[in-house]
Design a protein around this ligand. Structure first.
Ligand code: HEC
Length: 107
C-alpha cells in the first residue's frame, strides 16, 4: 500500500513539473510573439509606440483595455479592428497566450 502511494506521488509530481514547464514555455512564446509581431505598434511594454498611438492603439496598461473581456481581446486580435491588423492565422492557443500576456501588462 505504502509503495503504491509513493509511486502515485512520484507520477503526480513528475506530471506537475512537466505541466508547469510547458506553461512557462508558452508564456515565453507569447512574450516573444508579442515582441516580434505586436510591439512595433503597441510597444514592448504595451503602452503603444509613437506609430501605434498615431494609428489609434490604446495603452494596454490602462483600465480601458484591461476592462475589455478576454473574448473582446481575442476577437480584436483574431479579426482586427480599424488599423489593427487581423492575426487569424495564429493558432487559437497562441492568441490565448497573447491575451494572457496582455493581462500581465496591467499596471
Ligand atoms: C500595424 C500596427 C499594429 C500591430 C502590428 C498590432 N496592432 Fe493591435 N492595434 C492597433 C491599433 C491601431 C489598434 C486600435 C484599434 C481601434 O480601436 O481602432 C489596436 C488594438 C488592439 C487591441 C485592443 C485594445 C486597443 O488598443 O484598442 C488589442 C488587444 C491588440 N491591438 C492586440 C494586438 C496584438 C496581440 C498584436 C500582435 C499579434 C497587435 N495588436 C499588433 C495596431 C496594431
Amino acid at each position: 500500500m505504502k509503495r503504491i502511494d509513493v509511486k502515485v506521488f512520484t507520477i503526480a509530481t513528475a506530471l506537475a513539473v512537466v505541466l508547469s514547464v510547458s506553461l512557462s514555455a508558452r508564456a515565453q512564446d507569447a512574450s516573444a510573439t508579442f515582441k516580434s509581431k505586436c510591439a512595433g505598434c503597441h510597444g514592448a511594454d504595451g503602452t503603444g509606440s509613437a506609430m501605434g498611438k498615431k494609428m489609434g492603439a490604446h495603452d494596454f496598461t490602462t483600465a480601458d483595455v484591461q476592462g475589455m473581456s478576454d473574448a473582446q481581446l481575442t476577437d480584436i486580435i483574431t479579426n482586427g479592428k480599424n488599423k489593427m491588423p487581423k492575426y487569424g492565422s495564429l493558432k487559437p492557443e497562441e492568441i490565448q497566450g497573447l491575451v494572457a500576456y496582455i493581462r500581465t501588462l496591467k499596471r
